[in-house]
Design a protein around this ligand. Sequence first.
Ligand code: FE2
Ligand code: FE2
Length: 200
Amino acid sequence: MRAIATTLTQISFNRGSAWKGRIMNAIETLDAEHRLIEHVLNALERWATSNEGDDRPELGRFVRFLRELVDDIHHEKEEGILFERMVAHGFPHDQGPIAVMLHEHHEGRELIADLARFAGRAEPWGETERRTIRAAARAYGDLLRPHIYKEDQILYPMAQAHLPPEGMDEVERRCAIVDATPLRNELIELGRALVARHGG
Ligand SMILES: [Fe+2]
Ligand SMILES: [Fe+2]
C-alpha cells in the first residue's frame, strides 16, 4: 500500500472564518492555500477599491504575499513538483491543462510586477496611480480565481486519478519539505493578517 506522507500544517484556512490545525497531504495543502489566496484576493480588491490615500507599505505587504507565498511557494510547488511529476508520467507540457496553468502563472507574475512598481514608487500616489492599482488588483483577481477553480476541478483531480503511486509519493515528499519551512508559516500569517485587516 502506498505510503502517504503527510504534512503537519498548523494553519489551514477553511471556507468559513475558522483556522485550525490539522494534518493534510500535499494536494489538500495546495487546496488550503487556494482558500487563503482567494480571501487575500478579496482583501486586496477591497483595500484597492476603498483606498483614497498613499499607503505604499500596505501595498508592499500584499505584494510580498503574492510574490513570496502565491508565486515562490504555491506556484513553485505546482510547477516544480506537481506538474513536473505529471509531465514525467506522460501529461503534455506544451499543450492542454498544464500549458494553460503555466501561461496563467506567467500572466500573474506580470500583474504582481505592476503592483510592485507602485509599492516601491518614490513619489506619493495620485488619483491616476490609485486607479491603475485598482485595475491591476481586479485584473489579478479575475485571472487567479478561475485559475484556482480549474486547478481544484480539473488539474488536482487529474493528478490524483492518474499519477502512479510512486509519482504521488514523490509529490508528497517534495511538497512536505517546502511546507515545513518557517517562511511559509510567516507568509500564511501575513495573509491572515491582511484578511483580518481588510476583510476577505
Ligand atoms: Fe496554479
Ligand atoms: Fe494553485
